[in-house]
Design a protein around this ligand. Structure first.
Ligand SMILES: Nc1ncnc2c1ncn2[C@@H]1O[C@H](COP(=O)(O)OP(=O)(O)OP(=O)(O)O)[C@@H](O)[C@H]1O
Ligand SMILES: [Mg+2]
Length: 260
């Protein structure tokens, strides 16, 4: 069983939204999925109430000591992917969730406050020697704000960008909010939309990171020696600043202001 935890101290960065999105994308890829809600705010449990008893089911586990046995029970029952949502702030339950995870995904909006707030989660992931990756969420479609956030996160982790940044970044779009309000995930709410495509790609990236399998659309040539399809493109106008282009990014879509 693959266990993924969504964690960051900062509230509102997208832990619950990404947990739900990834859970449905994994289910649609053939996995048997359970969501585990460790947040007393109960965003996932409330989502399930709106949804009805449809897969993937959500289980509430608030006691840190109950997380490991619960995960063992899920594994024994044939679950192949468990996705744990955590509360903002720092808590024993979040620390335990990271301890028993195979991968810690740390969402951050491209803002200084969100990026600063990732450091405590990063410390816990490192203390348990857990693989981790940042997920840039609620981003504009393109622009220097994304590039700057990505490089700041890599600097904070003191690692190469390709090793710490999940792909693609997730653009801010109303589909995410409308899907959750309807008790759906974005891949169910607007299956042909750009948000669904990004979340599907994020699941494929996550699965590849967990299993070590290469991505199907991975392009390895002399421009990219990294294990993930990040290509640095020198911009003639802003030659002093290399622009990071994520190969799986869908470039078109509603403009940033229209998304707000
Ligand atoms: N990519 C996105 N585009 C648009 N809205 C988004 C996106 N991601 C999250 N949101 C919205 O931002 C708000 C906060 O997201 P979410 O509840 O997932 O954050 P959280 O990290 O779980 O917060 P908390 O720490 O309070 O649990 C929600 O209203 C959600 O619908
Ligand atoms: Mg939440």
């Amino acid at each position: 069983m693959l266990t993924i935890v969504l964690a960051t101290q900062k509230g509102g960065s997208g832990k619950s939204t990404l947990a739900i999105g990834l859970a449905l994308a994994a289910k649609q890829a053939g996995q048997t999925v359970r969501l585990v809600d460790t947040d007393p705010q109960a965003t996932l449990m409330n989502w399930q109430t709106r949804r009805g008893r449809a897969e993937p089911l959500v289980e509430a586990v608030h006691d840190a000591a109950a997380i490991e046995p619960r995960l063992e029970a899920l594994r024994a029952s044939g679950v192949t992917v468990a996705i744990i949502d955590t509360a903002g702030g720092v808590s024993a339950a979040t620390t335990a969730a990271i301890r028993y995870a195979d991968l810690c995904l740390i969402p951050a909006r491209p803002s200084a406050a969100d990026i600063e707030a990732t450091s405590s989660t990063l410390s816990v992931a490192r203390a348990w020697r857990k693989p981790f990756a940042f997920v840039l969420n609620q981003t504009p479609i393109r622009g220097a704000r994304i590039t700057n956030a990505a490089t700041t996160l890599a600097d904070e982790a003191a690692l190469e960008l390709a090793d710490v940044l999940a792909q693609p970044f997730i653009v801010m779009r109303n589909d995410h909010q409308d899907a959750l309000a309807a008790g759906l995930a974005v891949t169910e709410y607007a299956p042909g939309g750009k948000s669904a495509a990004e979340i599907g790609d994020l699941w494929r990236w996550t699965e590849a990171k967990l299993t070590g399998r290469p991505l199907a659309d991975e392009v390895v040539d002399e421009q990219t020696e990294s294990p993930f399809p990040i290509i640095f493109v020198e911009q003639p106008v802003q030659a002093e600043k290399p622009v990071i282009r994520l190969a799986s990014l869908r470039d078109s879509g509603p403009n940033w202001d229209a998304c707000l």
